[in-house]
Design a protein around this ligand. Structure first.
Ligand SMILES: Cc1cc2nc3c(=O)[nH]c(=O)nc-3n(C[C@H](O)[C@H](O)[C@H](O)COP(=O)(O)O)c2cc1C
Ligand code: FES
Length: 629
């Protein structure tokens, strides 16, 4: 029978025979920037230096080797990718190019020297950082679901086992009863990371109690939120953790079959999870008689076509069944009647990746991180006007201030310089989330605190905005997404979001009236109450929160026909400041509408009736002599 302890021991012993290990990030971001070419160049260069190189570790290998080179999943810091790390030295090279391969091998691998120009430079103080151990982006995080992503080879199951992988699944099948497992996860306080934050253990318990010889575990890897890529990174970077999480869930509820639903826009995630499943089957981890328990468990992968609503659990089940992905009223909840009418657990990728961690570390250790009602960590996709963007994972209870100014390295102003005074807002939780402001910077980020201020953890989108962002335009962007993605099944969501978008469009075009604010509020409340699924129910959140925290911006658009951030084109007004204009004619020469007149060396004038507000004059002026507002 499969002996996990032996595999772990053999692997760790074999690894000890390598002097160095090079890990090239093979996440989607780094691959797009050429990391596979870097991998080949490094291999060629290692061969040129006559080094003894392996690309895969062999068990029972008792010979010493020079270098092990492997790919990894996303290391989170895609912004400075492609990334190459050298272990055990803890070196991280950023923005690596294939041409750098010889230098990395010659200097760092052979001579143990650092290459300064490839090190990450902290924009806050200009300091060169050796590796993750001293890069603030990493040191302020607590990576749990993402811990192994970026370190282990996602295609090597033995490596996962050597990190303690599948031991929790073995315990779940050999040492615990289904009731005990459900209790353990309820005690841990683990809540779903897919948006709703429902207790994982309770969801399992509700499914376990159903009397039915057929039950399913479904992994929700749809991840439709714009800008979110945490689930994709886990599937790409540590797919076995999701397989193991599903196995434990299956043991807890008595399921013998599982599905992973991944959007087809994630080809690498699909490939890696498929490979992980087939390798686990070959090893005898998945299949009949799991860990000698007499129980069986098998997993299939279903690719979704990329509709946001298919992430909603009842729509997702319909989609797996081959029907159009539209939601159904709840109750009945999937725990009672899910896939093909059978009791079904639906859990998010990140939730499932945390499941083995909870058992491996123990309930107490898990609960020590985070806050009482939201224990553990949460991944966020940090983007927008912030110095360091990427995938991060922090304990619940971390504040926006810590995320934006410490991990994110500070806010970028409109010239791209770090200037924390330029901070304006943060949009959190994706399309269902909301916009928060300066007054929320020190609030604890957790399910309950975010809910109390009209936002939500959601899947973990976190977009930082500086003062050049127009909050009405932001609300318009998210409402446009919601309206496009509404499946049309229920009237409030189908027509209500359309009406809201029309009003927002009117306001951004300077055609809004004061009553529009009341209409937006009224529509929001009704769509929220009467929509069939979470898409409609949370869809107006961005409008409601911007109305709550940035009402003055709506009023400026409506009453003064002015966009304070200078974003809404129809409301823009470019004017030449006579005192600053030296009459160089640069603006007039660039103006496509020929609406700028004046003689050389004399202040020029813009004809407002002819101006098409393209901004060419503003960009052309080298003397800051044109005002925009
Ligand atoms: C419109 C909509 C889209 C959703 N998209 C996702 C998604 O992409 N991934 C996800 O895990 N959950 C998504 N959810 C939440 C799921 O319906 C469900 O609550 C979740 O998968 C349960 O897993 P958890 O308890 O582990 O969070 C979405 C919900 C709604 C209403
Ligand atoms: S893909 Fe390499 S760091 Fe994200």
């Amino acid at each position: 029978m499969l002996n996990l302890d032996q595999i772990k021991k053999d692997y760790q012993e074999a690894l000890a025979h390598y002097k160095k290990r090079i890990v090239v990030c093979a996440g989607t971001g780094c691959i797009a920037n050429g990391s596979l070419k870097i991998y080949s160049a490094l291999k060629d260069s290692l061969a040129m230096h006559s080094l003894d190189v392996s690309i895969e570790l062999k068990a029972h290998d008792e010979h010493d080797h020079d270098v092990l080179i492997s790919g990894s999943g996303c290391q989170g810091f895609c912004q400075v990718g492609p990334l190459v790390t050298v272990e055990p030295d803890g070196v991280l090279y950023a923005h690596v190019k294939p041409e750098d391969a010889d230098e990395i091998v010659g200097q760092t691998i052979v001579q143990g020297k650092l290459i300064d120009r490839l090190l990450y430079v902290n924009p806050a103080d200009g300091r060169h950082c050796k590796g993750a151990g001293d890069i603030p982006f990493y040191t302020r995080q607590k990576r749990t679901a993402l811990k192994e992503c970026g370190h282990l080879d996602p295609e090597n199951v033995n490596e996962y086992i050597s990190h303690g992988g599948y031991f929790a699944a073995r315990d779940a099948y050999q040492k615990y009863s289904a009731e005990e497992l459900c209790k353990l996860y309820q005690d841990s306080g683990l809540r779903g990371r897919g948006g709703g934050g429902f207790s994982t253990g309770l969801k399992w318990e509700l499914t376990r109690r159903q009397v039915n010889e057929k039950k399913y575990i479904v992994c929700n890897g749809d991840e439709g939120d714009p800008g979110a890529f945490m689930d994709r990174s886990i599937l790409e970077g540590n797919p076995h953790s999701v397989v193991e999480g599903m196995m434990i869930a299956a043991a807890a509820v008595g399921a013998d079959e599982g599905y992973v639903y991944v959007r087809m826009e994630y080809p690498l995630a699909c490939t890696r999870i498929r490979k992980a499943i087939s390798v686990a089957e070959e090893l005898g981890i998945l299949g009949d008689n799991v860990f000698g328990s007499g129980k069986s468990f098998r997993i299939s992968v279903v690719e979704g076509a990329g509709a946001f609503v298919c992430g909603e659990e009842t729509a997702l089940l319909a989609s797996i069944e081959g029907k159009r992905g539209m939601p159904n009223p709840k109750p009945p909840f999937p725990a009672e009647s899910g896939l093909y009418g059978k009791p079904t657990v639906i859990n998010n990728v990140e939730t499932l990746a945390l499941v083995p961690v909870v058992m491996r570390e123990g309930v107490e250790a898990f609960r020590k991180v985070g806050v009482a009602k939201s224990p553990g960590t949460k991944t966020f996709a940090l983007t927008g006007h912030v110095a360091n963007t990427g995938l991060i994972e922090v304990p619940f209870g971390t504040t926006l201030r810590q995320i934006i100014f410490e991990i994110g390295g500070g806010v970028l102003d409109k010239d791209g310089k770090i200037n924390n005074e330029a901070f304006k807002a943060v949009q959190i939780g994706g399309p269902s989330g909301g916009c928060l402001t300066r007054e929320h910077l020190d609030m604890s980020l957790d399910y309950d605190s975010l809910g109390a201020v009209g936002a939500m953890v959601g899947s973990g989108g976190l977009v930082v905005m500086n003062d050049s962002s127009c909050m009405v335009k932001i609300a318009h962007f998210f409402m446009s997404f919601i309206q496009n993605e509404s499946c049309g099944k229920c009237t409030f969501c189908r027509i209500g979001t359309r009406r809201m978008l029309e009003i927002l469009t009117r306001i951004t075009e300077g055609k809004g009236v004061l009553e529009d604010i009341d209409r937006l509020e009224e529509l929001s409340v009704n769509i929220n109450k009467a929509s069939l699924c979470g898409l409609g129910q949370t869809g107006p959140n961005s409008v409601l929160t911007t109305l709550r925290y940035f009402k003055h911006e709506y009023l400026a658009h409506i009453e003064e026909k002015r966009c304070p951030a200078g974003v809404c084109t129809a409301l823009l007004r470019y004017e030449i400041i006579p005192e600053k204009c030296i009459g160089c004619t640069a603006c007039a020469r660039k103006c496509p509408a020929q609406c700028i007149t004046g003689t050389v060396k004399q202040p020029h004038v813009i004809d407002q009736d002819k101006c098409i507000k393209c901004g060419s004059c503003y960009k052309a002026c080298k003397f800051n002599a044109i005002s925009k507002g």
